[in-house]
Design a protein around this ligand. Structure first.
Ligand code: HEC
Length: 443
């Protein structure tokens, strides 16, 4: 096992392809250091940590990153965004997403094995406490129960789209629905019991140790804890922020982490039911996913930034300002020059600025000034851009966002987006000129 530790990829002896290497034991965590996992070409929507501390990330770029320290291995099978991940154990990872498909990735193999499909986007995965069954929640209104050792699957028909699932120690399945209910299924055959009626879609569920309490987070910002049998209220941490998008729990350290649409992570002590920390965790946009390292000393978070962050829990008591000052990674959009802020908010999800390969949806804008449209080598443009005679300069980029790509180059793959304020376009173009400039090679 330990042979895998420092070797990010193994080569398959038969076909020469790189085989998956899941790392061994806790060499991974650097509990007192802030960690950034960089490489995805789009927002990171899902994150899971294996029982041995290995991090897996799923992204809008359709890929799954399996991280050996800061080095990713890309698991590529999905045809749309990867939105749910679960480790069955340290050597088996299950992935699911907007392509309705579920894949199983095992150590030593180099391809994902298709487990099955839903008829809608898959939002969450869980493994039963006995480790025998994978549970999937889909917007098709069904919960899938997939025996991990093989055998035929079962479905629970819920009828409303399901955002999350949790499984109790006795096997009861808790479903959080888009129409705002938590339903409990004692088994696949019997009718459900309604535990909570929230009125707004419920996004997240966490079942406490021994299944005694159930925490949930909803679209309207509700962050509540109820008795898992009676549904009686235990605690309420609802703040102004919404929606709640991510939750994670660490049993030994009694911490519940809650992530929201405004980029904050709140930590709740599950023994005293008090908020122990609350801080801004992503530079921009929501916290889509959270999970604790096995020792509870690191909380991993993912969001709009195309990155995953590992926060040392011990440092989280500090304020955001201190964090930003000492670590220097957080850049507050309010203090950025306008042009850079325009780019970060409106373009950076899809475009890189530097040379070299990028995993983003659009071509890199490196050297774009003076470049004929549709000519970056290696990028697959739409036909309209390919055959266009536009040359990108101040005036043409200005027109692109004054009129909107849908009018300026109808049929292109660019999203409909206009920047109506001329000053914003001017500042954006000035920023792009500087940031995309090709370094002159001196002879
Ligand atoms: C959601 C993804 C997305 C966003 C956001 C986006 N773009 Fe694009 N962009 C694309 C895609 C995809 C293409 C390629 C279009 C095609 O092939 O038709 C493209 C093409 C371009 C091109 C032409 C490049 C070339 O090589 O011909 C420019 C210039 C550009 N984008 C600038 C911007 C700027 C500036 C912003 C922000 C204001 C922006 N884009 C926002 C996806 C995006």
């Amino acid at each position: 096992m330990s042979a895998f530790v420092d070797v990010p990829r193994r080569i398959c002896a038969i076909c020469g392809a790189a085989a998956l290497s899941f790392i061994a034991i806790g060499v991974y965590a650097e509990a007192d250091e802030f960690t950034t996992l960089k490489g995805h070409g789009g927002p990171v929507m899902a994150l899971a940590v294996s029982p041995e501390g290995q991090v897996a990330t799923g992204s809008f770029d359709n890929a799954v990153g399996l991280w050996n320290k800061r080095v990713p291995q890309w698991l590529e099978a999905h045809e749309a965004a990867v939105t749910a991940l679960a480790f069955a154990d340290a050597e088996r990872l299950i992935t699911a997403g907007d392509d309705f498909a579920l894949y199983l990735w095992s150590q030593g193999s180099h391809t994902g094995e298709l487990i099955g499909r839903h008829l809608g986007k898959i939002r969450a995965l869980a493994v039963t406490p006995d480790g025998d069954t994978l549970v999937s929640a889909s917007w098709d209104g069904e919960i899938g129960l997939w025996p991990l050792a093989g055998g035929s699957e079962q479905r629970i028909k819920v009828g409303s789209g399901i955002n999350d699932v949790a499984v109790g120690p006795g096997g009861a399945v808790y479903a959080a629905t888009m129409n705002g209910q938590i339903l409990v299924y004692e088994d696949a055959a019997s009718a459900p019991r309604r535990l909570v009626d929230q009125g707004f879609g419920i996004n997240q569920l966490v079942l406490g140790p021994d299944g005694d309490w159930l925490a949930y987070g909803a679209v309207d910002g509700a962050t509540r804890v109820v008795d898992s049998q009676s549904g009686d209220p235990v605690a309420d941490f609802t703040l102004e922020r919404r929606p709640i998008l991510a939750m994670a729990h660490h049993e030994e350290t009694a911490r519940l982490a809650v992530g929201d649409g405004q980029g904050y992570i709140m930590m709740v002590d599950t023994e005293t039911w008090r908020i122990s920390a609350d801080f801004r965790a992503t530079r921009e946009g929501p916290v889509w996913a959270l999970d604790f390292a096995p020792d509870g000393q690191t909380i991993w978070a993912a969001g709009l930034d195309d990155l995953a962050y590992g926060w040392p829990v011990a440092l989280i008591g500090e304020t955001e300002a201190q964090m930003a000052g000492t670590r220097g990674f957080l850049k507050d959009p309010a203090t950025m020059p306008n042009g850079e802020r325009q780019f970060m908010r409106k373009c950076s999800i899809c475009h890189a600025l530097g040379p070299g390969e990028s995993r983003k949806a659009g071509p890199s804008l490196y050297g774009v000034f003076g470049r004929p449209a549709g000519t970056l080598a290696g990028y697959r443009y739409s036909e309209v851009l390919d055959g266009s005679d536009i040359i990108w300069r101040e005036a043409t980029i200005d027109a692109l966002f004054d009129l909107g790509p849908d009018h300026y180059i109808p049929g292109s793959k660019m999203p409909m987006q206009r920047i109506t304020d001329p000053q914003d376009r001017f500042d954006l173009i000035a920023f792009l000129k500087r940031a995309t400039e090709v370094e002159k090679v001196t002879k």
